[in-house]
Design a protein around this ligand. Sequence first.
Ligand SMILES: *[C@@H]1O[C@H](CO)[C@@H](O)[C@H](O)[C@H]1NC(C)=O
Ligand SMILES: *[C@@H]1O[C@H](CO)[C@@H](O)[C@H](O)[C@H]1NC(C)=O
Ligand SMILES: *[C@@H]1O[C@H](CO)[C@@H](O)[C@H](O)[C@H]1NC(C)=O
Ligand SMILES: *[C@@H]1O[C@H](CO)[C@@H](O)[C@H](O)[C@H]1NC(C)=O
Ligand SMILES: *[C@@H]1O[C@H](CO)[C@@H](O)[C@H](O)[C@H]1NC(C)=O
Length: 207
Amino acid sequence: MALPWALAVLSLLPLLDAQSPACPNFSVPITNASLDQISGKWFYIGSAFRSPEYKKEASHVHAAFFYFTPNHTEDTILSREYTTVRGQCLYNSSSVKVHRENGTLSKSAKGREHFAHLLLPKDPKTFMFAAFPEDKQNMGLSFYANKPEVTPEQMEQFYDYLTCMGMDKSEVMYTDEKKNLCLPLEKQHDEERKKEDERSETGPALD
Ligand SMILES: *[C@@H]1O[C@H](CO)[C@@H](O)[C@H](O)[C@H]1NC(C)=O
Ligand SMILES: *[C@@H]1O[C@H](CO)[C@@H](O)[C@H](O)[C@H]1NC(C)=O
Ligand SMILES: *[C@@H]1O[C@H](CO)[C@@H](O)[C@H](O)[C@H]1NC(C)=O
Ligand SMILES: *[C@@H]1O[C@H](CO)[C@@H](O)[C@H](O)[C@H]1NC(C)=O
Ligand SMILES: *[C@@H]1O[C@H](CO)[C@@H](O)[C@H](O)[C@H]1NC(C)=O
């Protein structure tokens, strides 16, 4: 009698495995090392959102990249964001709060605080944000990489996390680097910053 039972269990195992790969712990505390890892320039690759508000916002974004500059003592991150929305480049810089204990970042917008769980997959050239991971109606996952094009392995990592949360690949909205209209503005900002640096370098020498 053990055999039919064993067969049934064994035939279910691969199915269960395919449907729900192990989810990461969404509340891993943020350390100085994790802040160092997410410091720098990142491209927004894609996301899946069930919260109608986030879904609508994401659907308008054709491409986006940003610079994260963490401050380890203040527990904040300066975020400089270049977003292409409806054929237009929008630039914004804002301060992101770091909540080390529960592994979240938050940003205030539209009169309230928006939280995201920081997920650091094995590949340090990518990271993800999860929103409301426990809430089937409102959950979301977004994916970032240090280049606008990702490898199939990196994409697979994102799909694994997506599947373990109970979402489907068909829910993903992707960005398109070809629609990125923000490169001229980034270049202009780079040049302005370079001039600033030169001015502050030559400044004291004149005294
Ligand atoms: C996730 O990690 C946190 C902090 O290390 C720990 O307190 C919590 O119990 C973990 N949760 C799970 C589901 O393992
Ligand atoms: C972090 O913030 C503190 C307080 O505002 C400031 O004094 C310090 O210079 C900042 N550190 C960096 C690396 O920007
Ligand atoms: C993180 O870095 C800051 C600034 O270098 C330092 O003051 C703080 O003690 C570090 N925190 C930990 C937990 O190492
Ligand atoms: C820019 O950032 C501020 C502060 O986070 C926010 O209130 C504002 O809505 C943002 N503007 C755009 C165009 O994203
Ligand atoms: C994380 O911690 C912050 C600060 O303690 C708190 O305001 C926030 O609600 C927490 N977020 C989550 C998702 O647990």
